[in-house]
Design a binder for this molecule. Structure first.
Ligand SMILES: Nc1ncnc2c1ncn2[C@@H]1O[C@H](COP(=O)(O)OP(=O)(O)O)[C@@H](O)[C@H]1O
Ligand SMILES: [Mg+2]
Length: 249
């Protein structure tokens, strides 16, 4: 991105954000871990949490949350795995579905408490959602409700390809219709470029989304270039750092 990159929109006094996406596998963990790393490199004692992880495989007889662990490592291993991912399910599905499959239900208040605990101990916390924004957790409660109840702005990760304008607009509307701030959108090349999308389409996605939603495009991340992705997320970490330190950078 150029020097004219848009700034992240975070309300004053904001102590964290939720990284959500237009769908599953779009790049929430990719963005969350690199952002946590970029913040840690700036000396911010960053908190991380994946409050609910589904699709966990068994490891040593226990469900292992791969995303929660990746977040914990990226943030500097100061948190336990239980703090970084308190609620785990085996079935890879929406949390409500995974819980029902096991004959149980998720209590939203417990989910909120687990996030609050991490937020209380860190100046800034990254919360990775499960799936997309409207993925249900229990009856009448979904990912956007977590953001709303905790006053967390949402950083929306969208695919860098044809179809993303509609996806991103729906995501921003879903946030705003519940009074949640859309902190910005990140366009992520989450799969190898197929060459199928016209270059003009790819070049236009960012400004069209910014024009139509008013939400800033914070970065466009290339496929399989972690160092470049980190460099492109670094200015966002700088802005968050300024906020966490109590003033604009
Ligand atoms: N820009 C990228 N470059 C390379 N691999 C990526 C990129 N974005 C996502 N991936 C890979 O795609 C898969 C899905 O991304 P992930 O961040 O796990 O999605 P989510 O957390 O939204 O489900 C992972 O294997 C991840 O490493
Ligand atoms: Mg993930």
């Amino acid at each position: 991105m150029t020097a004219s990159r848009s700034r992240i929109q975070l309300p004053a006094g904001c102590r964290g954000l939720m990284v959500s996406a237009t769908g599953t596998g779009v790049g929430k963990t990719h963005v969350s871990t690199l952002l946590a790393k970029a913040l840690r490199e700036r000396g911010v004692p960053i908190g991380v949490i994946k409050p609910i992880e589904t699709g966990c495989a068994l490891r040593d007889g226990e469900l292992f949350p791969a995303d929660g662990d990746a977040l914990r490592l990226a943030a500097g291993e100061r948190q336990t795995l239980d703090e970084a991912c308190p609620l785990r399910f085996a079935l890879p599905a929406a949390p409500w579905v995974s819980a029902r499959y096991e004959g149980t239900a998720i209590n939203p208040e417990n989910v909120l408490s687990s996030i609050r605990r991490v937020m209380q101990r860190h100046p800034f916390t990254i919360v990775e959602g499960a799936g997309g924004l409207l993925v249900p957790i229990s009856a009448g409660f979904d990912m956007v409700d977590i953001a709303r109840r905790l006053n967390l702005p949402v950083l929306l990760v969208a695919r860098a390809r044809l179809g993303t304008i509609n996806d991103a607009r729906l995501g921003v509307e879903a946030c705003r219709s519940r009074g949640v701030t859309a902190a910005g959108v990140i366009l992520n090349q989450n799969e190898p470029p197929t060459g199928g999308d016209h270059p003009y389409v790819l070049k236009s996605n960012g400004w069209i989304i910014e024009q139509t939603t008013g939400a800033p495009i914070l970065a466009e991340l290339p496929w399989n270039q972690p160092a470049e992705c980190l460099a492109r997320l670094s200015p966002i970490a700088g802005e968050i750092h300024g906020l966490a330190a109590g003033g604009p950078e």
